[in-house]
Design a protein around this ligand. Structure first.
Ligand code: ADE
Ligand code: ZN
Length: 326
């Protein structure tokens, strides 16, 4: 359709993508087989039938299960390379990718195995696909701050490969305040800071992420509109939000895409961006997120272009690199 070709034609960024969430069932079965691991499902079809979620936690349970078949550097490479070739075909030119080290180190897979596989795929994409990238190590908030500190220590030998740290997993009951010390230590090491906040959690968690963790960008942030003062702060300081519309739909953050507050945010002057979060689980990569959102919210071409420009603005590219794209 015309809308799809407009979206395809716009060079895009992806700023909110969990590499473990790009694990397609077909590749999962292939890697499970070569690693001699049995999955709880006997076919791609039966696995896909389980992808029905009422909330974030129901998704996370399946997402962590899927990641268990990843054992070797080659597995992490294949996972990352599959994602990069896919988004390359969708005219994504810059990615800022999350990985969850603890999901793997807690199973006995060494930190260096994980990061080397991911890093080598990112470097290959930079050279062969002309995709620029940043890498973000995300702490799992359902685990302790001490465990996050151990992860930070494991990461230090690879500091040059990692641009920032994030905070993800089960939001409710795990407020940003739980991680103040490890975010402070991470900042001292020179990492940029982001955190998931206000996806299922209240506006109060966004305040905490900004004031206590001192983050540079908010992942999701849907609930910011509940709080007028917070909204004004986000507008005044142009703090970017990495929204994920299809994720919000699949995790019932919104009941239907028509209810999404993206246009309200744009109209208020919030630096909102569109991203895919966990595309293998939520039914779409970047183009599908733009497309479904555009249809549901009747976005015009100017709004679509604005969203893409916002992606570059919100990215960690240098000002010169940004200007080259927009
Ligand atoms: N991990 C992967 N996707 C996530 C999401 N949408 N929210 C929190 N943690 C996640
Ligand atoms: Zn996320």
């Amino acid at each position: 359709s015309n809308l799809l070709s407009v979206i395809q034609g716009i060079p895009k960024t992806e700023l909110h993508l969990h590499i473990e969430g790009s694990f397609e069932p077909e590749l999962m079965f292939e890697i499970a087989k070569r690693n001699n691991i049995a999955l709880d499902y006997d076919s791609v079809e039966s696995l896909k039938k389980a992808y029905k979620f009422n909330n974030l936690q129901e998704f996370l349970d399946i997402y962590y299960m899927g990641a268990q078949v990843l054992l070797h550097e080659q597995d992490f490479f294949d996972l990352t390379w599959a994602y990069l070739t896919k988004v390359h075909s969708q005219n994504v030119v810059h990615v800022e990718v999350f990985f969850d080290p603890q999901t793997h180190t807690d199973r006995g897979v060494a930190f260096d195995v994980v990061i080397k596989g991911i890093y080598n795929a990112l470097e290959k994409a930079k050279k062969e696909l002309n995709i620029s990238y940043k890498l973000i190590m995300s702490y799992l908030r359902h685990l302790s701050e001490e465990s996050a500190f151990q992860t930070l220590t494991s990461a230090l030998p690879f500091k040059e490969w990692i641009d920032g740290v994030g905070l993800d997993s089960s939001e409710l009951g795990n407020p940003p305040s739980k991680f103040v010390n490890v975010f402070e230590a991470s900042a001292k090491e020179g990492f940029k800071l982001v955190a998931h906040a206000g996806e299922e959690g209240p506006a109060e968690y966004i305040w905490e992420a900004l004031d206590l963790l001192k983050i540079d960008r908010i992942d999701h942030g849907n609930r910011c509109l509940d709080d007028e003062k917070l909204t004004q702060r986000i507008i005044d300081q142009q703090i970017a939000l990495t929204l994920c519309p299809l994720s919000n739909l699949e995790l019932k953050v919104v009941q239907k895409l028509e209810d999404h507050n993206l246009v309200t945010m744009l109209d208020k002057g919030i630096l909102a961006t569109i991203n895919s979060d966990d595309p293998a689980y939520f039914g779409g990569y970047m183009n599908e997120n733009y497309f479904e959102t555009a249809k549901a919210l009747h976005l015009n071409n100017d709004q679509l272009k604005q969203l893409a420009i916002n992606g570059f603005k919100a990215s960690w590219l240098t000002e010169t690199e940004k200007q080259a794209h927009i």
